[in-house]
Design a protein around this ligand. Sequence first.
Ligand code: ASP
Length: 417
Amino acid sequence: MQEASKKEAQRIGYAMVGGLIIGLIIHSTGQAHYVNYIKPIGTVFINLLKMVIVPLVFSSIYMSMTNLGTPEALGSMGRKAVGYYFATTVIAVFFGLILVNIINPGIGADLGTAGLQELSGDMATKVSEQKGLYETILGVMINAIPTNPAEALAGANILQIIVFAIFMGIVALYTKEKSQAITNVMASLEEMSLFLTHGIMKFAPIGIFVLMLDVMAKSGTSAIVSLSKYILTVVLGLSLHAVFLTIVASARLKKSPLHILKGVSAPLLTAFSTSSSAATLPITMTAVEENLGVRRDTAKFVLPLGATINMDGTALYESVAAIFIAQAYGIDLGLGQQVIIFMTASLAAIGAAAIPGAGLITMSIVLGAVGLPLEGIGLILAVDRLLDMFRTTVNVFGDAVGTIVVDSFLSEKEVQG
Ligand code: ASP
């Protein structure tokens, strides 16, 4: 790991801990509203990251296509990536289900004191509009093809941008000379986007400090206490999965677990404080390449795809939350229904957008599949922001480990550099 990125990660770490402690102090004084004066700094940081996503994803997917040389090479990489996503998501849900059945956080939970909140406004609309599993997965597949690429770019629809860039990249392979002008532009755009990402990273410590301060100062500690067993189950499950991912990465890269964790510390801390895999993407891309030696063409393709469809943390979270809700309502779920939760949670995570709170909305798919009350979401609403931080961190870690694993399975011939 380079000295500069080590220092950068350290600074981000200090900023996060500082924000956490000062935020808690402000919370205890009851003066959280003052944080609103500096909150825009955190929003500016997230906006800067979002600003770079579209040019970075479009140009890097296009360039990885043209560098790979053949559509077959992309196919091979794609198959390995999707195989990894699927396997690890299923394992994550498995961890979640085992733990929630051992700890039983919902048994005896009082719906009144556990913070049952009425679903209202935007949240209630989003939950009620959430489609069933079949429609959601079909929708993800059909809508992945942009009918208007300009709209996809303008709306920052990452999956559509990926698909369009792949098509353009394939065309470029067949029309080398004629497409050279665009390829040159894309190469420049990619370099410029990466340069910009490095610049934005300099701003990360202050952005992350403010984001953490804001969340901690405003978080309701009473809900945290009454839902502590549930929080513990989710965090324990996520930690277990993170350990599993670390072992996998360490084995494939033949490096120590510490080396892996240090290498991805900047994206993990950013994921924790932004709760968005998409916003973290530019930082994840630079970290796996520069600190963990993943070949650029692998990272360029596998990471944007992973950020969009691979969400181990969200899948685990949804399975635990669904069983918790059933337990709290005193509904006895048999093995068959737990299997349905196992499957729907794995798939619902694919449909979740890489933005804060998205997992809570696709939760309704899981609840609906086994006939649990949608209002149950109100039970976990109070601590969702907090748990989103943890699950997003695992989502991003899963994506990073995915690139390491896929890269390790690709030959020199399949990926050049
Ligand atoms: N915030 C998560 C992410 O961006 C998605 C979720 O809400 O679970 O990865």
